[in-house]
Design a protein around this ligand. Structure first.
Ligand SMILES: [Zn+2]
Length: 271
């Protein structure tokens, strides 16, 4: 008999709530044997299961704290951001390579997963060649390289992580979260057409094909990366939009969580 060991993976959303509170929340009469203030969680399944409460999109249940803590690990904090501990865990597994770009003051840094896949790229440069300092250059390049994954939406990070394992074309994350200043610069230079970019909120990443130790912008490679990203997104039940599918301003390296599924309130400027 073939006995394989399996592990259960299911994404849920949970709110601390004791047994009495949960029964009140459901508008249920408290069962006699459950008349206590046992700690636990209101757990909402994010797997598309049939809802059983008008305020929740997925089915909700109550789980005692011990059972919940033993089975689930937080992948976001209460504000829906990837918690620093998870980023630290990811970063602690990475290995780095540095190189000075020939004839320039640019230092490049690449980060790799233990299986050799490249997941990040960052550059630093100093204005005057006379001031080139290898150690400092490497330090700044590494910071930029790691920053590419920081601030990226928690639903997007696992898609990238999974896609890296199934893609036929190796790729690297060249940009994730972007500052308003940088977006303004990109719009001015014509590299971006909008101040409404999903990069500003961490809902987008740019991926670059990685072939023979360098970034390759050949368009056919991006179809293959897009295949891997779409396949990973499907597996994780998260919708994804590829910039290469856009009718205008096709953007091969760009992947984002769609506005329809991930809306955010527009920040209105005053004055
Ligand atoms: Zn982009």
């Amino acid at each position: 008999m073939n006995k394989t060991i399996y592990q259960f993976h299911k994404k849920v959303m949970a709110t601390p709530m004791n047994w009495v509170e949960y029964n009140e929340y459901r508008d249920w009469e408290l069962p006699y044997d459950g008349y206590n203030t046992k700690e636990g969680y209101l757990v909402e399944y994010l797997d598309g299961s049939k809802p059983n409460h008008p305020d929740h999109k997925g089915r909700i249940v109550w789980l005692p704290k011990e059972e919940f803590d033993a089975g689930y690990t937080a992948i976001t904090d209460g504000n829906n951001k990837v918690p620093p501990s998870r980023i630290e865990d990811l970063l602690s597994k990475l290995e780095y390579k540095f190189a000075r770009v020939d004839g320039t003051t640019v230092t490049a840094c690449w980060s790799f997963l233990p299986n050799g896949f490249s997941v990040g790229y960052g550059e630093s440069a100093c204005v005057d060649a006379a001031n080139y300092d290898q150690e400092l250059g490497e330090k700044y390049a590494l910071e930029r390289c790691n920053r590419n994954l920081l601030g990226v939406h928690p639903d997007l990070v696992p898609i990238v992580e999974h896609a890296i394992h199934i893609t036929r074309v190796d790729f690297t994350v060249i940009e994730g979260m972007r500052s308003i200043e940088r977006q303004q610069k990109l719009v001015r230079s014509g590299a971006s057409s909008t101040m409404n970019s999903r990069h500003l909120t961490g809902h987008a990443v740019d991926l670059a094909a990685w072939v023979d130790g360098r970034i390759d912008w050949s368009w056919p490679l991006y179809y293959q990366i897009a295949d891997a990203m779409k396949c990973a997104a499907k597996k994780l039940n998260t919708p994804i939009e590829w910039g290469g599918d856009w009718k205008q301003f096709k953007d091969g390296p760009h992947f984002q969580l769609p506005w329809v599924s991930y809306p955010i309130e527009t920040i209105r400027e005053c004055g």
